[in-house]
Design a protein around this ligand. Structure first.
Ligand SMILES: Cc1cc2nc3c(=O)[nH]c(=O)nc-3n(C[C@H](O)[C@H](O)[C@H](O)COP(=O)(O)OP(=O)(O)OC[C@H]3O[C@@H](n4cnc5c(N)ncnc54)[C@H](O)[C@@H]3O)c2cc1C
Ligand code: FES
Length: 276
């Protein structure tokens, strides 16, 4: 039978974890295996409600199931947040190009995440750690609004223990009741990008988060000396088909669903409204 990219694969929710007050992680087992490259996205269908795009947050090396971490934002995500273990949904994909891991080999890798932007970055980090020896250095700078908004708290604290394999810098915009994890600073995520101790000539940076955070993190890294070609951004646009046919996700000459969602800043920096 030929592959139909519009037809969702029947998928069972096997676990739901409350990450923060408005973010949940869903573990999903599709009836037919869906293998993805880290950074690619899938369309998640809620029967009789609609569908929305999300990037898996689990390791691409795990083939039987996938985690998707979802922030409640509107109609579809509200419906997803009301789902429980055992419910049946649909998944189609994977779509897009994901992170070009081969281009990262031999380099010092800086990952900068904000808020729910840590979801695709967790998948990337797990993929990088799987083949740790291929990369010279891995550093994660992550910012959340408050200590309660830090995603994957157990995981993040575990990553902090992985030094020197992984260097983690955490920050929150605002502390609440002194509940910051050990080593977590106070300030915007850009403040963690000072004194990086990275060899800029042999480094690439990957940024994912809300548009305003991506904008200021990009400006900060340019200021630090990163070249536009060495900064990778995960772009979000409203999507429909997911396969470059409908034009909903146009970004200049590109379609985010087909040519992205990961772009080098040098490829898109002249396009008007990239941070909108
Ligand atoms: C490639 C890709 C990967 C994504 N991965 C994740 C992920 O891993 N986890 C996650 O929580 N979210 C992710 N998103 C964002 C997610 O798709 C949107 O939050 C979701 O589509 C909102 O649908 P809704 O029907 O709940 O909201 P709507 O009712 O459509 O809209 C609610 C509000 O959010 C705004 N909005 C809608 N879609 C987007 C969007 N794509 N980007 C920014 N604002 C939007 C609307 O303008 C409106 O203000 C991703 C988006 C893309 C394009
Ligand atoms: S979502 Fe249809 S062209 Fe990208």
């Amino acid at each position: 039978m030929s592959y139909n990219p519009y037809k969702p694969v029947k998928t069972k929710i096997t676990k739901v974890v409350d990450e923060t007050s408005n973010i949940k992680t869903f573990t999903l087992i599709p009836e037919e295996k869906i293998e993805f490259k880290t950074g690619q996205f899938v369309q998640f269908t809620v029967p009789e409600v609609g569908e929305a795009p999300f990037t898996p947050s689990s390791s691409p090396y795990i083939k039987e199931e996938m985690d998707i971490t979802i922030m409640e934002a509107g109609r579809v995500t509200e419906a997803i947040h009301s789902l429980k273990e055992g419910d049946i949904v649909g998944l189609r994909g994977p779509f897009g190009k994901g992170y070009p891991l081969q281009e990262f080999e031999g380099k010092e890798i800086l990952i900068v995440g904000g808020g729910v932007g840590l979801a695709p970055l967790r998948s990337l980090l797990l993929a990088l750690l799987e083949e740790r020896k291929k990369y010279k250095k891995i550093m994660l700078c992550y910012g959340a609004r408050t200590p309660q908004d830090i995603l994957y708290k157990g995981c993040v604290c575990g990553w902090c223990e992985l030094k020197p394999t992984l260097d983690v810098r955490l920050t929150v915009d605002k502390d609440v009741n002194g509940e910051r994890p050990k080593g977590c600073g106070v300030g915007l995520v850009t403040t963690t990008c000072d004194n990086l101790g990275i060899d800029l000539k042999n480094s690439i940076a990957i940024i994912c988060g809300p548009p305003i955070m991506m904008k200021f993190s990009t400006l900060k890294l340019l200021d630090c000396g990163y070249a536009p070609k060495d900064i990778y951004l995960s772009m979000e646009k409203n999507m429909s088909c997911g396969i470059g046919k409908c034009g909903h996700c146009a970004l200049g000459k590109y379609f985010v669903c087909k040519d992205g969602p990961v772009f080098k800043y040098s490829e898109i920096k002249e396009i008007e409204g990239i941070w909108d």
